[in-house]
Design a protein around this ligand. Structure first.
Ligand code: AMP
Length: 214
């Protein structure tokens, strides 16, 4: 089964894609995670991508298309996969169509912009362990410090409010047209397209998705 999760940054695509991947026994392919790994490792890809990511811009299509298409040719993708954060532009979606890659479901997760800003700008990370906190929803015992080691937490550059607003702008300009693109494919019966409400509890949203895909 091949699935695309669409939606602005911060709607919970990553969380929902992970749960779905576990349930369906297929991998989640998150281009943002792949890029962050490359940045951490200091690879040429990471060096090329970093400044786009830090400023909330999209990494150029040619780089990201190659990354995603190479990944889906790996053996664990034979029974399907879930795309989280890809495609994000029309040329990326067209690159998938050009290699005749068909999808069963495209699911758009929708959350109001102000809730997205609140969700992302409160996020704090303990870099050495990867532990994630939230100033409102999951605060550390001592503000800005990790519960286990007492070390300082950081805010990712792309979680800063100005960057989030920029990422939302980029989403509406570049990614939102994909909703229309996939809705038209659904009209032609090439796939099923659904828009779901991404507010509320993680498990309830997962249940909504699972109900749709049966
Ligand atoms: P994410 O974790 O999905 O929000 O991705 C983090 C950042 O990686 C984005 O803000 C972009 O700079 C870059 N990125 C991830 N996926 C893509 C994509 N499909 N196209 C272009 N840039 C991407």
């Amino acid at each position: 089964m091949r699935i695309i999760l669409l939606g602005a940054p911060g709607v919970g695509k990553g969380t929902q894609a992970s749960l779905l991947a576990q349930a369906l026994h297929i991998p989640k392919i998150a281009t943002g995670d792949m890029l962050r790994t490359a940045v951490k490792a200091g690879t040429p890809l990471g060096l090329a991508a970093k400044h786009y990511m830090d400023s909330g811009k999209l990494v150029p299509d040619d780089i990201i298309i190659k990354l995603a298409i190479d990944r889906i040719h790996e053996s664990d993708c034979q029974n399907g996969f879930i795309f989280d954060g890809f495609p994000r532009t029309l040329p990326q979606a067209q690159a998938l169509a050009e290699i005749n890659l068909q999808f069963n479901y495209v699911i758009e997760i929708a959350v109001p912009d102000e809730e997205i800003v609140q969700r992302l700008s409160g996020r704090r990370i303990h870099l050495p362990s990867g532990r994630v906190y939230h100033t409102l929803y999951h605060p550390p015992v001592k503000a800005d410090h990790d519960d286990v080691t007492g070390e300082r937490l950081i805010q990712r550059d792309d979680d800063k409010e100005v960057t989030i607003r920029k990422r939302l702008e980029v989403y509406y300009a570049e990614t939102a047209p994909l909703v229309e693109y996939y809705a038209q494919l659904a009209e032609a019966n090439a796939l099923e397209f659904y828009r779901i409400d991404g507010t509320g509890e993680v498990d309830d949203i997962q249940a909504r998705i699972r109900e749709l895909i049966g």
